[in-house]
Design a protein around this ligand. Structure first.
Ligand code: PEP
Ligand code: MG
Length: 372
């Protein structure tokens, strides 16, 4: 494929400003927009470079006239201009170009984007019903209260929608957070009580999960809740107690992003719960290996822009599957309307995303079209 032009545009998304790539090659055009996070982990690559989005766009190498047959050859060329942290050209720009490249390649080869990723099933939605933490500072300390069912894809999507609506009425609130979760001024345990009551009353097939996003309220050995400050051991006992009390099937980032050992301890104590690493792993195969070595978790969030390189993301997903760690693709809180994440999640069991809002619905729509 011979590149005629690569243009990056700043574009507004509902919760911020991000970058879209427009690629022209072999007489065809394709585009891709990449989101970013509010509670980003410290080990993520630099999404807009260390100098800001304008600088990243300016620093990006001119690839006009160059020819690339594979994504690997494109990534190799890009890595001549920056380190894998993408401090000069930004991981979001690298990823936007990579997705646009694969879309164009799919057109040329008469394929769909998901054909470049392995597997056949589409994942069910791990949907957010209440927000807190950095996504909703007026809400509870935990960032995400999640629901999931094993029902067939379309049935599961409808169940989540109904649950979200009914919960809004139960809570008596109308405000939504960055990802379409309800914002309510209650403690995490009160929120869990409401969710568990609604499940017990009307939704027996629903399972409950959490993204604690613990790094966002951790500082120097302590977890700073709104009403108390606790150490690591108390955090372990507290979360373990919540898992038992509410029969939680999934808990993401219960500890800060360097604490592989506490993750392992919790996973060992809670065999039926998927302890999941997000900020802990940042879609990075090297960090995944550390987690596998210590048995820190049985699930791993996959956010392509945490790592920037799609080859690394694919390696991460493959290594997860090989080591019985469940990969869970996730959107970001500053999400775009683009739906490429849905294609990449094909072949996995569960995908984390909000239930309402067009940025999130676009991914569900795409999955409903792909469903095998
Ligand atoms: C998350 O922590 O799982 C998340 C989606 O947050 P953000 O995109 O704000 O980093
Ligand atoms: Mg998370």
């Amino acid at each position: 494929m011979i590149f005629q032009s690569v243009k990056f545009e700043k574009i507004k998304i509902p919760n911020g400003l991000t970058v879209k790539c427009v690629l022209r090659a072999d007489g065809l055009k394709s585009e891709a927009t990449v989101p970013y996070g509010t509670s980003a982990g410290k080990y993520e690559v630099s999404c807009f470079s260390n100098f800001g989005l304008d600088a990243a766009i300016k620093n990006f190498p001119d690839l006009k006239g160059k020819s690339f047959k594979t994504l690997n050859s494109l990534e190799k060329e890009i890595l001549r201009y920056d380190s894998e942290r993408f401090v000069k050209i930004g991981g979001n720009l690298v990823l936007a170009l990579s997705v646009a490249f694969l879309r164009l390649k799919a057109k040329l080869e008469g394929k769909e984007l998901f054909n470049f990723f392995s597997g056949k099933r589409v994942p069910n939605q791990l949907g957010k019903v209440v927000g807190g933490g950095k996504h909703a500072p007026k809400g509870p300390d935990f960032q995400e209260f999640l629901i999931y069912s094993d029902k067939p894809f379309k049935h599961a999507v409808n169940l989540n929608k109904m649950f979200h609506k009914r919960l809004g009425a139960v809570l008596g609130v109308k405000t939504l957070d960055l990802e379409g979760g309800w914002v309510v001024n209650l403690s995490e345990e009160k929120v869990l009580d409401k969710i568990a009551d609604l499940r017990d009353d009307s939704f027996p097939e629903i399972k409950i999960g959490l993204d604690i996003a613990a790094s966002s309220f951790y500082k120097k050995g302590r977890y700073y809740y709104k009403n108390r400050v606790i150490g690591g051991k108390s955090q372990l006992d507290y979360v373990n107690g919540l898992i038992k009390k509410y029969d939680l099937f999934y808990v993401e980032d219960p500890f800060h992003e360097d604490d592989f050992d506490s993750f392992a301890e919790l996973q060992a104590k809670s065999k039926n719960c998927l302890v999941c690493g997000d900020d802990l792993l940042v879609t990075n195969p090297d960090r995944l290996w550390r987690a596998v070595g210590k048995s820190s978790c049985r699930a791993a969030i996959v956010k392509p822009n945490q790592i920037g390189l799609l080859s690394k993301m694919s390696e991460f997903v493959k290594d997860c599957k090989k080591n019985r760690v469940q990969p869970v693709f996730s959107h970001r809180s500053k999400e775009s309307f683009d739906d490429w994440l849905a294609d990449m999640s094909v072949g996995t069991k569960m995908m984390k995303m909000g239930i309402v809002g067009k940025e999130r619905e676009s991914k569900i729509k795409r999955l409903s079209k792909i469903v095998f």
